[in-house]
Design a protein around this ligand. Structure first.
Ligand code: G4P
Length: 284
């Protein structure tokens, strides 16, 4: 898999986000809870600086394995970072409360400093960044209690941005900074493809789903067995291509000559995964 972003767009995105950063006290970095490492842009450290407080929001947690999500939350916690898991599509009150609590924790010192200088009215400024399709617009719209708007997926910061009060002491930039995907290995590419983070035109479905099945056989055989009505012990040990063919046959992905259609099978399995029909499954 070879997915290239245009270097000009990446440089522009970086410049735009760097410019906004001067006004920002805390960065909210959205990642996909199912693939918290593959859905980050490792250059973000450089772009925003390691010291700027950062809230890592593991979004789409409703689709991820809760144990893995908790593992990552613990991993990411440091002096300047906190991580929380959310579902940006439902429960506005819960979402606001989780985000605001975390932002208050991350900015406690700064707010104290403001207050000791008598500057009680200075809001903490927050900006959301993340790769395409990670849920940035959904997250911002849910926080601000407004209907969906499209922001487009070109790296950078969308035009027409403005600061909106979230609470008395927090202001949110209403449009996100869009980062590009950066991954160095095939497995990370497979993970991004399975979760729908990269466009379907740029990868080979059969290869990605073959990788996925192999992974799921090892980590989540019970979920596979249950979804496709197979024996759990068999699922865990059988040849991966044979498993793919068995699923294809069961789901009617047959072509002339009673042969299994690999592409159709791969599409069915990928859709099942993306729609969470197989169950909550994290890929790292
Ligand atoms: P972006 O701005 O980062 O590009 O992402 P956007 O908000 O457009 O969200 C991308 C898709 O992810 C949307 O699905 C949205 O509903 C879904 N999504 C966002 N947050 C969550 C979450 O916490 N849980 C779940 N389950 N889904 C979430 P969509 O409109 O159906 O788009 P698509 O899936 O057809 O691309």
């Amino acid at each position: 898999m070879d997915i290239q972003w245009f270097p000009g767009h990446m440089a522009k995105a970086r410049r735009m986000i760097e410019k906004e950063m001067r006004l920002v006290d805390v960065v909210i970095e959205l990642r996909d809870a199912r693939i918290p490492e593959s859905s980050r842009n490792p250059l973000l450290n450089e772009i925003i600086g390691k010291k700027k407080p950062r809230l890592i929001v593991l979004n789409k947690a409703d689709l991820a394995d809760a144990n893995r999500t908790q593992y990552w939350i613990n991993q990411y916690k440091s002096d300047t970072r906190l991580a929380i898991a959310v579902n940006a599509t439902s429960g506005r009150k819960k979402l606001i409360s989780a985000v605001v609590d975390a932002l208050h924790t991350l900015t406690a010192e700064k707010r104290e400093r403001f207050q000791s200088k008598g500057a009680t009215n200075v809001p903490i400024r927050v900006m959301v960044v993340g790769i395409p399709n990670v849920g940035k617009s959904t997250f911002i719209n849910m926080l601000l209690g407004r209907g969906a708007t499209t922001t487009g997926n070109k790296p950078g910061v969308t035009k027409g941005k403005q600061w909106v009060r979230l609470t008395d002491d927090i202001e949110l930039l209403d449009t996100p900074g869009i980062l590009w995907h950066k991954f160095d290995d095939q497995e990370a590419g497979n993970r991004l493809a399975m979760t729908g983070a990269i466009s379907d035109e740029v990868f080979v479905f059969e290869e990605v789903v073959f990788w996925f099945l192999k992974f799921a056989q090892e980590k989540y055989p019970a979920l596979l067995a249950s979804r496709y009505e197979l024996d759990e012990d068999e699922v865990g040990t059988m040849d991966t291509y044979a498993l793919m063919q068995t699923i294809g046959r069961k789901r009617g992905a047959i072509v002339r000559g009673n042969k299994v259609d690999d592409l159709k099978t791969a599409r069915i399995i990928m859709k099942d995964y993306r729609d969470s029909k197989i169950g909550r499954m994290s890929l790292e």
